[in-house]
Write a protein that binds this ligand. Structure first.
Ligand code: C2G
Length: 129
């Protein structure tokens, strides 16, 4: 069966994340999610509300997810794909085209994002409360 992998911060886990993971799980029969570490988010210039250990535990609790790994840097994807015997790499389409170089190792898909929700907008909403 097809093995799927995806990467992300998954801060303030929300409906956009759920709907992405649900669609990814439907592409095969095993989904691995690599969750960005706090240190890697600093490299990405991304401030998070929820620390890595909790973000990883929340993603792992999602019914669509079979395995959770840490994402430490931009360059681990090729090694992950080979080691985890991945058939499909997929991300939301805000990343469209960015990871096509992985096409020699596996299929590469970009799925439409869920509109009107993001960790950033949730943070802004809560700060305005
Ligand atoms: N996403 C989505 N719809 C939203 C918000 C996010 O489909 N409304 C998707 C994104 O496209 C991404 C995944 O959910 O595929 C995780 O989003 P982020 O946590 O923002 O991940 P990001 O910071 O883009 O990290 O090496 C890749 C990076 O780690 C990706």
């Amino acid at each position: 069966g097809k093995r799927i992998i995806t990467y992300g911060t998954f801060d303030l886990f929300h409906i956009g994340h759920v709907r992405l993971l649900k669609r990814l799980a439907a592409l095969g029969d095993h989904l691995t999610v690599c969750v960005s570490s706090d240190e890697f988010n600093a490299i990405k210039g991304k401030k998070t509300v929820i620390p890595y250990a909790q973000r990883a535990e929340i993603v792992g609790a999602c019914r669509y997810v079979d395995n959770v790994l840490p994402e430490h840097d931009w360059d681990q994807k090729r090694d992950d794909i080979v080691r985890e015997k991945i058939d499909i790499f997929a991300m939301g389409d805000d990343w469209s085209g960015k990871f096509n170089d992985l096409g020699d190792l596996c299929e590469v898909f970009y799925l439409p994002r869920t509109e009107d929700v993001s960790s950033t907008s949730l943070k802004a909403f809560m700060e305005a409360l």
